[in-house]
Design a protein around this ligand. Sequence first.
Ligand SMILES: Cc1ncc(COP(=O)(O)O)c(C=O)c1O
Length: 392
Amino acid sequence: MKDDFFKYQAQTTPHPLALEIAHAKGSYIYDTEGNAHLDFVAGVSACCLGHCHPKVVQAIKSQTNKYMHVMVYGEYVQEPAVAYTKLLASHLPKNLETTYLVNSGTEAIEGALKLARRYTGRSELIAANNAYHGNTMGSLSVTGYEARKSAFRPLIPDVRFIQFNSLSDLEKITKKTAAVLLETIQGGAGFILPKNDYLKEVRRRCNEMGALLILDEIQPGFGRTGKLFAFEHFDITPDILVVGKGMASGLPVGAFIASHKMMATLQEHPKLGHITTFGGNPVIAAASLATLKEVTESQLITYTLEKEQLFRSLLVHPLIKEVRGKGLMLALLFEKVEIANYLVLEAAKKRLILFWLLFEPKAVRISPPLTISEEEIKIGCMQIVYLLNAYQ
Ligand SMILES: Cc1ncc(COP(=O)(O)O)c(C=O)c1O
């Protein structure tokens, strides 16, 4: 199967990890030779309830028994999407009451950018250096990492960049700005948290200038940081919230969320201001509903912060310079790129799944399922410390 993988399936790098998968359950992925791999990555923060959570699987099965795809987004009344968007609104501030469901994180960013331009009538978009927002042309345009963009220029015009956490850069937000787009916690850059009152100051400046604040919570959303959404830690509310990844605990999905008034602008001038065939798909909406119910009705979010403390207490080693991040969105920072590479690759041989961050080569990601047990955390951390002790 591996030969065919390299021959027929398009690759993203010349050196994928190429683990051959048989099945997955809970915190473990099983390869075709029957080995269990402890998953500290969760499909890059996507499988928030672990692999094949029984409630999510059940929701998918019951929905597929009824119907799968009946119409393009927004025309027919389909219970899973209606129930999901209603429940989501009940967990969000009043101005985030209307959800537009799409198929991926990057598509949700595209929708949010279009909505901001359409609603404000302005074109300028401001994003942050080292931000990652996805890989389609619009999202790439607001991604703040030139090395991954230059080959694809020209991108969309009227985009400016600010330094995340720099208060002086906020002057760049003016009355020409349609929206400021930030990750609530910068992911690809190295799990960088907003400092002090940074997000409050961004919010204040946006209000002053009449610019919208869009927060990308595609990675930290749905309980990963110890709150349902990470912005709740910082005492602010965005005008548009963008989510994805963990939302359906392993199925492809995304959404952008705003006020009813703002969303209504996508209905007229032009009509069909944003459309999608599969957005709001009933099977995926049913999985999203089961995920949201489980995340909010269980103690998972509370335990997330306890599990963070367990990781922090176990991952103490002279080679680990810092454990960055919040909740179960953690990154180990090393002095040298080689140590990060060594750890990811050697851990893979020991059947512990770790992974890199996009733009910070000295970091190793730890973003396990929120359902991971204390025992599993201890097993994985012991392995990490053992490998770091063996590093020459
Ligand atoms: C913060 C952030 N925004 C956007 C995206 C893009 O999401 P997707 O890969 O579903 O298009 C990602 C994916 O890693 C992300 O982490």
